[in-house]
Ligand binder design. Structure first.
Ligand SMILES: Cc1cc2nc3c(=O)[nH]c(=O)nc-3n(C[C@H](O)[C@H](O)[C@H](O)COP(=O)(O)OP(=O)(O)OC[C@H]3O[C@@H](n4cnc5c(N)ncnc54)[C@H](O)[C@@H]3O)c2cc1C
Length: 510
């Protein structure tokens, strides 16, 4: 594990970062802190990648992440760029964090802060369950403390690195980190509805609670204990803010500049990138020289399209990918129901059966659970007066599943629209976009999922595609398909780990 060594100062390098997603921006921030000269080359005309935004007819619609957790990690990226996050974006608490609507008609508001949530559970379930929540939070906190330092914020050179921090490993065993998440959560709560709200987060890692290891409860910690936040102006403001901060720190960002090839010398080491090239040759292509290249696009796609001739690691080619989603974002006339919250989870009847359909059978959930996010509820700048922004996400199988999206998309969207209307949300559309797994694939995401390789144990830590590849010296990956993994907090950490790898390379080259 190299992330925690004391570092000799590295010789400053010329570094090109391919992609201004949150992983690429975070890498650029940490690289600039280390004194490297950094150019980001982004194919789109805006930063953020998956954390994008549609601006149309007075609406500002986020079309990526909606649940921001661990904003301190975002602040770390700003700090690396020599900036104070508060000078660029304002982050507010979302409270209630979720409105959980169950199929039996009951509703639970997930509240910010332990005390408020304990009270909520007392009223919703019982005093016994409220007490269990305290014990559950203590357990989650211990789990997070052990994992963050030793297994998340760390580079790995070999699986042996996993056992080197043996005390931490032992502690994880003691905490029951290697049992199943679903069972562990059920050991705290008798109420099945509470089991659901505190274990559904395993979906963020691409796994069902009954198959995920308990150690993935760190996601529940980040969400339910540390809390859910939102930047003013929408989630995309994270990216525009960080892009502005890194530019201020001296990083050059070139938009509308798709990279067509990562250039290498006779030994395979990177020498720069090519822009605007064609598959048949480099006619009319521009080249930017670099000592190191940090690559933010989806890792398997980058190997295939930018590194001709170098095969992606086996786990990226053969591994198990997370489920995908059908996403409907719309600007609509009308306002949400009075009891709606910023994030609304509508659970279906079945629980294990839903995951089985999605993950193992590759079919639509028979009774889909959906997330409805209403960004404009807390931010009037996102929709014109009398209108709302609405974001509806239904988890679906990825393209390894059995759904023929070209044939089924309209029918599935029809039933989703009907469900959303029946739940009382306004659906008189002014502006809309729909993304199904074929769209995610067209945007450059392997197997049509924006959530990368699932976080099974054997696809995590040293077993996940590494951020460096011995065959291509000077190439470093950042983003959700490499270490540590998926989601905004993780890709921000991945940028920091990528910058550490560039430093290592700079020292090797001296
Ligand atoms: C619908 C949806 C909902 C989500 N919900 C949440 C959530 O609530 N909470 C959460 O934490 N996470 C969520 N996520 C996951 C999170 O958004 C991602 O894990 C994270 O944003 C990925 O960042 P990244 O830097 O790895 O990749 P990306 O954002 O994909 O960045 C890659 C960048 O590379 C650029 N690029 C690609 N190819 C080239 C090329 N050839 N040349 C130049 N540039 C190129 C792309 O345009 C892009 O800007 C969600 C994602 C989606 C899509």
């Amino acid at each position: 594990m190299t992330g925690r060594r004391s570092l000799r100062p590295a010789r400053p390098l010329e570094v090109v970062v391919v992609g201004a997603g949150l992983g690429g921006l975070s890498a650029a921030a940490h690289l600039s802190k280390a004194g490297h000269t950094v150019t980001i080359v982004e194919r789109e005309s805006i930063p953020g990648g998956r954390a994008g935004m549609i601006v149309e007819d007075g609406f500002r619609l986020d079309n990526g992440p909606t649940v921001l957790t661990m904003p301190n990690l975002l602040a770390d990226a700003f700090e690396a760029a020599g900036a104070d996050m508060a000078d660029f974006i304002t982050i507010d608490k979302v409270d209630p964090m979720y409105r959980a609507c169950y199929a039996d008609g009951s509703t639970l508001f997930v509240r910010h802060g332990r005390e408020a949530m304990t009270q909520e559970i007392r009223e919703f379930a019982s005093g016994k369950e409220a007490e269990a929540f305290g014990r559950f939070c203590d357990w989650l906190e211990q789990l997070y403390r052990v994992e963050m330092a030793h297994f998340i914020d760390a580079n790995f050179d070999s699986p042996l690195d996993l056992v080197k921090p043996w005390r931490a490993g032992l502690e994880l065993v003691k905490l029951g980190g290697f049992g199943k998440l679903g069972k562990k959560v059920a050991s705290f709560f008798d109420d099945e509805r509470l089991q659901r709200i505190f274990s559904f987060q395993s979906m963020y890692a691409g796994l069902a609670p009954y198959e995920a290891l308990s150690l993935y409860a760190v996601i529940t910690y980040m969400d339910s204990v540390e809390g859910v936040f939102v930047p003013r102006g929408g989630m995309h403001a994270m990216a525009t803010g960080l892009a502005a901060a890194v530019e201020k720190a001296g990083v050059t960002i070139r938009y509308d500049s798709p990279v067509t090839r990562i250039l290498r010398d006779g030994d395979g080491a990177v020498t720069g990138v090519e822009l605007g090239g064609s598959p048949g040759g480099a006619q009319g292509a521009e080249r930017i020289a670099a000592d190191a290249v940090v690559c933010n696009p989806d890792l398997p796609v980058a190997y295939r399209t930018l590194l001709g001739g170098v095969e992606a690691p086996r786990v990226a080619r053969r591994g198990k990918y997370s489920p995908s989603c059908l996403l409907w974002v719309a600007g609509v006339r009308g306002l949400p129901p009075a009891d709606a919250a910023h994030h609304n989870i509508h659970f279906g009847h079945d629980w294990d059966g839903s995951f089985k359909a999605l993950i193992h059978d590759g079919v639509r959930m028979p009774d889909p659970s959906i997330l409805v996010t209403l960004h404009s509820l807390d931010d009037a700048t996102l929709a014109p007066e009398g209108c709302s922004s609405i974001y509806v996400l239904e988890p679906t199988p990825n393209l390894d599943g059995k759904i023929d999206w070209a044939a089924e998309r309209e029918r599935i969207m029809g039933s989703l629209r009907a469900r959303v209307a029946q739940l009382g949300y306004p659906t008189d559309v002014v502006v809309e976009r729909v993304y199904d797994p074929l769209d995610w694939e067209a945007l450059g995401m392997e197997r049509g999922t924006p959530f990368a390789l699932a976080h099974t144990f054997l696809q995590t830590g040293p077993f996940r595609p590494n951020n460096v590849d011995r065959r291509v010296p000077g190439l470093v990956f950042t983003g959700s398909s490499t270490l540590p993994g998926v989601g905004v907090p993780m890709v921000l950490v991945s940028g920091k780990l990528a910058a550490q790898r560039v430093d290592e390379y700079a020292r090797e080259r001296r």
